[in-house]
Design a protein around this ligand. Sequence first.
Ligand code: G6P
Length: 371
Amino acid sequence: EAAEKGGFEYFMDKEIQEQPDAIANTLRGHFDGTSILLDEQRLGDDELRTIDKVVVVACGSAYHSGLVAKYAIEHWTRLPVEVELASEFRYRDPVLTRDTLVVAVSQSGETADTLEAVRHAREQKARVLAVCNTNGSQIPRESDAVLYTHAGPEIGVASTKAFMAQVVANYLVGLALAQARGVKYSDEVARDFADLSAMPAAVAETLTRMDPVRALGQELVDAKAVLFLGRHVGFPVALEGALKLKELAYMHAEGFAAGELKHGPIALIEEGLPVVVVTPSPKLRPLLHSKLLSNIREIQARGARTIVICEDGDDIVAPFADTLISLPSVPVLMQPLVATVPLQILAAEIARARGFDVDKPRNLAKSVTVE
Ligand code: G6P
């Protein structure tokens, strides 16, 4: 087992480092210079063209990958996208037609709730595309089509590289749909694909900057709770950061949309409470950036310990950060792929410092095959 861990203490440590490869391998072969090819699928362009709604169903981190992708798919395709927890989906009589594309995202391909959601969607005659990391597993077998993520086997129970690959695969679905619908031309798709193709290097660069995050993990070992705030794509990143911390460190953690702060969460702020803020780019998103900045000032004024994840060279936010974690500058929709990394490492580090098994958190299973 030590050999399989490749010199890392835990599989999760290794899997976090493998994220650039997971992204690159998931992208490989899906763009021919003109068109996005979902070549492992059996849904043709003719079928994609008739789609009038996208519904992503998934659980856990896979669900968060759908929440991230909603921003990209709606922006690119101009189609409405719903993202739903698989365990809720079929119990609420969702509106599905032949022209609904249900994207079932699952690393294992065996998650019972997601499988039941697929069955329900197919009974309602929706088209079902599985985004899956495990060849020949049940969810792809029961779907109309499959787009495989190529993250490689993931052993750590808490998803890391598979989540990254899911985000990328969901983005490919969005680009393919946009192209089939004629709302994006080849040159635009080429640009978006180039943005995606630059992400393995950006994530690799991010991974070289994580020593301060590890040090922070040691400092937060006795924290009672940690809050995570974000806006736009930073919001689902905040949810994923909170989930990782719950799963691994058994610490109370919540992710919030920063704009909701004044509608409740701000009441939780007290002296010393660590709050991680995923900040948008000041250059690309100046308005959102300034809104987030005022949130940071509000919580700092109430004693919170501000941990700010921001873009390189963001001098505006720096004075309000008790801890500043700066990441490579990337296009807006790509930010989740870099910003998730420090949150994964923070959770793993706190868990390690607390003496917990990072690969096998208590009460959790890698693949949940009962509802
Ligand atoms: C479990 C795992 C999570 C995972 C979720 C969904 O809860 O601990 O890491 O995100 O299942 O799994 P799936 O295999 O469907 O992606």
